[in-house]
Design a protein around this ligand. Structure first.
Ligand SMILES: [Fe+2]
Length: 241
């Protein structure tokens, strides 16, 4: 379609490979034929917008959703959401979900033998401000085992979902914690071949947002689309992107 500026395509290796055999699920999901690049038409450069009317102001603090406080280490997770040119993405919805401090999700499919926490649901959301900043308070999630291979454990992580301004800027990803010894062994983290790109998934410890006597701060900036885009959490197809 003439007159529509598309988003830049990512450099090779900076997004998860569709086939990454160490991540066993990718064997069944990976396309058998080369992808067909889809042009960015009006359909791709527009998308649903979620305004403040769909946001619960209390949802940005996952430690205050119940009568008591959840067990675990309180943390502040904050950052900026930027576009492919480094400009702020204002008033955009950021959603998160995570395991509790024991590494257990409040979900019927999660059968990990670790306790649930009656004071922790593990879901939250917030809108970025005019400068693209977001901030959430939560507890540090625990590592948990999974069945990918023998003695497989996921590094501690928080799932993120963003729409951004368009379908082409949709992103589902995971934030990791600096210094986690499980990160180099994680097949999902390693789906992204480019080292610099996959390291964008690791948050940075942040004194600026650390609250004295209360919570450690971690900064996680997110880039939607373009050459330096934050990698998806796993192989996906998004308009050939
Ligand atoms: Fe997870």
């Amino acid at each position: 379609m003439a007159g529509i500026a598309g988003y830049r395509r990512p450099y090779a290796g900076t997004q998860p490979n569709h086939l990454h055999p160490p991540y066993v699920s990718s064997l069944k999901r990976a396309p058998l034929r080369p992808l067909v690049p889809m042009p960015h038409t009006l359909t791709e450069v527009t998308g649903p917008q979620f305004g403040s009317e769909s946001v619960d102001p209390k949802a940005c603090d996952l430690t205050r959703q119940h009568a008591g406080e959840p067990l675990g280490e309180r943390i502040v997770v904050s950052g900026r959401v930027l576009d492919e040119n480094g400009r702020a993405v204002p008033h955009t919805l950021v959603e998160v979900w995570q395991a509790n401090a024991a590494g257990r999700y409040l979900h019927k499919v999660d059968q990990h033998d670790a306790p649930l926490d009656p004071n922790f649901t593990g879901c939250g959301h917030v809108l970025t401000d005019a400068e693209g900043r977001y901030r959430m308070v939560t507890i540090r999630p625990g590592e948990y085992p999974w069945r990918n291979h023998y003695n497989a454990w996921r590094p501690a992580h928080i799932h993120f979902s963003l729409f951004g301004p368009a379908f082409a800027t949709r992103l589902v990803t995971q934030m990791y914690f600096p210094g986690d010894p499980l990160i180099p062994y994680d097949p999902i983290f390693n789906c992204t071949a480019d080292e610099k790109a996959r390291n964008r998934l690791i948050s940075v410890f942040d004194w600026e947002t650390t609250i004295p006597v209360h919570a450690l701060g971690f900064r996680f900036d997110i880039i939607l689309a373009g050459r330096e885009a934050t990698p998806w959490e796993e192989p996906h197809t998004n308009g050939g992107k």
